[in-house]
Design a protein around this ligand. Structure first.
Ligand code: PLP
Length: 421
């Protein structure tokens, strides 16, 4: 087989030599995407985990339209605007209690870089030598150099290895082996006196939709606190309802020292991210001494139109209907995944909140598992947007998904197994 056509657009995470013509999407509505040649696709992964209430939600669309004609960009140093201030106030109200400040950026990776810089800046400014970052095995925190450094090493970043900084990793708390993770974290916190521990709460996304229970999250926070290690929660994916609560940390009843939100923060309409922190981290930078300034910005930080979309999203979350919807999606997801628990072709059939995942048995595993592209082609032919992580299939729908569409998704998954193994 020859190579596929070169493409003037270099798409993300795409091997163009193996890529067929891209599917062109012209319109999105709720859980559906419409192609230029008239097909309707069910978006089973919320367009890479960002769309929460559905594509083109009318409340968010009208907020964007209104703001776009009023003020669509302004420097955010020395200047402020209502959409940012409203978003910040609502975030501080909805996020775990004890977070006092909001720093805006434009994407998840950026929000992680900000979190790491806040942590290092904190220790530097209070005059303590703490620089090491502790991470969890299989984590993903983004694709910029700092975010890659704290993420799992592998095929994604082997070429950039020399640029990445050293971290200490604790094992993933797999079922039955949670104590090993806690012991490792305790030992690292005691012996290495690290600056911070960064972790995806409850679900490790790109690392394979790996799930662990809230009590482990709570214990990890307690261990960090005992050694004054800053606890950074990367809720870029888990935030905005995915795990069944608005934020995953709520389920462990913890307040991280620093937390990152992005993806669903605008309901999936526009790029935006925030990093929230506790007062003492801000205070370590709060001084008449200008060298203690937090030296970070991005050109579009707190873009007013993106903030208006986030404000509209926050409005929706203040309505109990959105929370009720989460519960019903979780129930539908559980019913749909249940039969797979006894299907021997699948392993690790799991669910946390609105996210389900299952590993297709047989053959190689990992992100480059040979079954991956075959699965994807199979789903594409059935007008399902699913994008397995190697042999791990997961379903992370927008919350407006209909039961009948979930049926189609799981029928597709069952038939993929029938056809391919
Ligand atoms: C997607 C993701 C990121 C990176 O976000 P981008 O907006 O793609 O830069 C960081 N952390 C987690 C947990 C993610 O899922």
């Amino acid at each position: 087989m020859g190579l596929k056509k070169r493409s003037p657009i270099w798409h993300p995470f795409t091997q163009h030599a193996l890529q067929d013509e891209m599917i062109k999407i012209v319109r999105g509505d709720g859980a559906y995407l419409y192609t230029s040649d008239g097909h309707r696709i069910v978006d089973a992964i919320s367009s890479w985990w960002v769309v929460t209430h559905g594509h083109c939600h009318p409340h968010i669309v009208s907020a964007i339209q209104e703001q776009a004609g009023k003020l669509n960009q302004i420097i955010f140093a020395g200047y402020s605007h209502d959409p940012a201030e409203e978003v910040a106030a609502l975030l501080l109200k909805l996020a775990p209690r004890g977070l006092d400040h909001v720093f805006f950026s434009d994407g998840g990776s950026g929000s992680v870089e900000v979190a790491l810089k806040m942590a290092l800046g904190y220790w530097h400014n209070i005059g303590k030598q703490r620089i090491r970052i502790v991470v969890m095995q299989h984590s993903y925190h983004g694709d910029t150099v700092g975010a890659m450094s704290v993420g799992a090493r592998g095929v994604f970043n082997v070429a950039y290895g020399p640029l990445l900084f050293d971290v200490t990793s604790v094992p993933f708390p797999a079922s039955g082996r949670e104590q090993a993770t806690l012991d490792a974290l305790e030992s690292v916190c005691r012996n290495e006196i690290p600056a911070a521990f960064i972790v995806e709460p409850l679900v490790l996304g790109a690392g394979g939709m790996l799930m662990y229970p809230a009590w482990v999250l709570k214990e990890m926070k307690r261990i960090c606190e005992a050694s004054e290690v800053l606890f950074i929660a990367d809720e870029v994916m888990t935030g905005w309802g995915r795990t069944g609560s608005l934020f995953a940390c709520e389920q462990a009843d913890i307040t991280p020292d620093i937390v990152c939100y992005s993806k669903g923060i605008t309901g999936g309409a526009l790029p935006l991210a925030v990093t929230l922190c506790r007062g003492d981290i801000f205070d370590a930078h709060y001084s008449k001494d200008r060298t203690r300034t937090f030296f970070h910005s991005s050109s579009y930080a707190a873009n007013p139109v993106a903030c208006a979309a986030a404000k509209a999203n926050l409005d929706l979350w203040q309505d109990s209907a959105s929370r009720d919807r989460l519960a019903s999606v979780a129930t539908m997801q559980e019913q749909a995944i249940e039969p797979f628990r006894t299907d021997p072709r699948f392993a690790n059939v799991r669910r946390t909140g609105t996210i389900t995942a299952l590993d297709l048995g047989a053959g190689d595993t990992g992100y480059l598992a040979t079954i991956g592209p075959k699965l994807q082609a199979f789903f594409e032919a059935r007008n399902l947007l699913l994008r397995p992580l190697g042999n791990t299939i997961y379903v992370m729908p927008p919350y407006c998904i209909a039961a009948s569409d979930l049926d189609d998704i799981y029928t597709g998954i069952r038939e993929a197994a029938d056809a391919l193994i």
